[in-house]
Write a protein that binds this ligand. Sequence first.
Ligand code: ATP
Length: 312
Amino acid sequence: MSEVVLRVKNLTKKFGNRVAVDNISFDVFEGEIFGFLGPNGAGKTTAIKMITGLSKPDSGNVLICGKSIKTQFEKAILNVGGIIENPEMYKNLSGLENLKYFAGLYKNVDKKRIDEVVEIVGLSDRIKDKVRTYSLGMKQRLGIAQALLHRPKLLILDEPTNGLDPSGVIEMRRFLKKTAIDEGIGIVISSHNLSEMELMCDSIGIINSGRLEKIRAIDQLKEYNENQQVYLKVNFPNFAGKLIMSNFNPEKISIIKDTLTINISHDKIPEITSLLVSNGIAVYSATAVVKTLEDVFLDTVNRRALPAPKNN
Ligand code: ATP
């Protein structure tokens, strides 16, 4: 059973009257990549700043490896490595010289650990070259190597793929997954780029107007099968509709000509078709509309963006 490395509990932050982060709670386990997904201004950076100790919560708490950032700040923060804005590197020094400099800021980071992080981020071939000759992806990786130096249990990356081309994103994805597992750390990534998050994360929390609306494993989101629309083409649609209603009690059924549209999980299709066939109904086709992560995201964000109904 993997351990919880980050526990966020009822975290809230206001700026004046504006609630930037509204009572959010979630856990991240070692080996897990958790994506914080939300549109601009949703509250991602504000939440991340609180998790990394850069900003104080108004209420709620953050536990890192069981240590509270309120009462055991130094012990908690020791377990965090993060890149919140672009990593600052000395461009006229080599990658290795940069890492040596940052290693010197910690007590227990030796030469062996520097070699290890270079290996983890796959920069061994170029580590002696000057940083100004690095591509953006290489600079990002060097930044992550720096964040990993002191063996944190939690790595926080704010928009890590910003500015990377598709191959850079794929590379980043590969090595973040490997790092999470090999180093046994939890990684939190924030981004508004849906397709990248889908490829990179094990689970995703969708944040909107400061609230954490949904937390799902990415596999669940890919086939988000609650109340999908299932289409059935049959020879006796009204009879079929009654049978389905009384046996499955779906949220909604509508019938147009010979096609029934049913709001039900697509997992039910085999049972529904066998029920119909055993009642002498011919089923010509059965299809389901599976929601993509994008649909789920847009549903969540748009639903909250709608104005409240007026009570006239
Ligand atoms: P983006 O993807 O655009 O970076 P985000 O999800 O990171 O957005 P935040 O930067 O956390 O969003 O902002 C959340 C809300 O809090 C926004 O309405 C923002 O204007 C507000 N906010 C953030 N920082 C401050 C601040 N220092 N003072 C006042 N309001 C702030």
